[in-house]
Unconditional design. Structure first.
Length: 201
């Protein structure tokens, strides 16, 4: 994975930012993105696509990633904005904002997926990037841990939906809770069209 990133290094490209998001699929809560830059010689054993790691493994890797990064950042786009502009655009927006919050400007951005956003430096979309790129994989871990922590905190205010466990994803239990209690103020209404019928305004 590190070799993948380093293959883009050149005289003009010394700093590469990896960026990824977490939370495209949930019924509730924000989409969260992270961006991270490492020095070319930094490698952290165990870093991989966050979906292939357990919650405990992600929590263990996170401090190592943050400690050894040249720069890192996190950005979230709310459930309301997701309903307004759709999840793809919200994901791209959160990734762009995450990159903009880096303390150091990269010379290249590697983005997980098949879409890019306009930025002042070149950006390359990498399909399955969280399984190929070290920096994208590290960003996926940061984003996933950050979002999970947000949903755990929100669970205290909306205990009926058990976000502590499902993190807002459409588990059978979560769907049944939405049908029973209705949508909370933090649910993505555009994601509930097949679960709830809203009155047309």
């Amino acid at each position: 994975m590190k070799n993948f990133d380093n293959s883009y290094l050149s005289e003009s490209i010394k700093l590469i930012a990896g960026v990824d998001e977490a939370g495209r699929g949930p019924l509730a809560g924000p989409v969260v993105s992270a961006s991270v830059i490492f020095a070319p010689d930094v490698y952290i054993d165990g870093v991989n696509d966050s979906k292939k790691l357990s919650e405990a493994e992600r929590e263990e890797l996170l401090p190592q990633i943050l400690r050894r990064a040249v720069s890192y950042s996190v950005a979230a786009v709310s459930h309301g904005k997701i309903d307004e502009i759709n999840i793809l655009q919200a994901s791209l927006l959160s990734m762009k904002v995450a990159v903009s919050r880096l303390h150091i400007q990269p010379q290249l951005i590697l983005i997980d997926g098949n879409k890019t956003f306009e930025y002042s430096v070149p950006a390359i979309a990498v399909v399955k990037g969280d399984s190929k790129s070290f920096s994208i994989a590290a960003a996926s871990i940061i984003a996933k841990v950050a979002r999970d922590r947000i949903m755990k905190r929100l669970d205290k205010y909306f205990p009926d939906y058990n976000w502590q466990k499902n993190k807002g994803y459409p588990t059978k239990e979560h769907i049944e809770a939405v049908k029973t209690y209705g949508a909370s103020s933090l649910h993505r209404k555009s994601f509930l069209k097949n679960i709830l019928v809203y009155d047309k305004v």
